[in-house]
Design a protein. Sequence first.
Lengths: 113, 111
Amino acid sequence: GENVEQHPSTLSVQEGDSAVIKCTYSDSASNYFPWYKQELGKGPQLIIDIRSNVGEKKDQRIAVTLNKTAKHFSLHITETQPEDSAVYFCAATPANYGQNFVFGPGTRLSVLP
Amino acid sequence: NAGVTQTPKFQVLKTGQSMTLQCAQDMNHNSMYWYRQDPGMGLRLIYYSASEGTTDKGEVPNGYNVSRLNKREFSLRLESAAPSQTSVYFCATDWVDYEQYFGPGTRLTVT
């Protein structure tokens, strides 16, 4: 089955710097890759996603890149702010798993003022 | 428009007790999901329902049962709780384009 790895598990950056989180997946047929942000005590919230026919997608300070050949995708946050501090999860949708996700273990991002 | 709601927010059970976690959505979505979240393990799918009247097992279904009561409601039942079921449980829903929306979670402790 699909296996999603995520690195790093924790990341600390200074306010204003960039943060990059990388995920790798095993099922080459996976075709949808979302990123979720989870703040303390809340449910995960979708922040950006990318589909397999696209290489990069941007939304203001957030971008996601996908390399299907290497089977990895990355979340890029520029000009980080303290409110970006949270746990970030990536996920992949294996082709034989309907619309179900396999999640990575998460990255705890701390933005230091 | 509340989105996805879950009850209760917190629950403490003794080993062997039973309980039902409730989830409701007002987004008119077809699919609903139950996940559990454990430290360092991300979210793991317990059961899902692609449409009213259907349910299927996910990655970790043992010890759980579900009911898709109608299009709005999807409940998760623990018949005989075990300490290994201590976790945070999330319900989610989506339409047809994969974008899942999560509820606020239920924090369950089994002693």
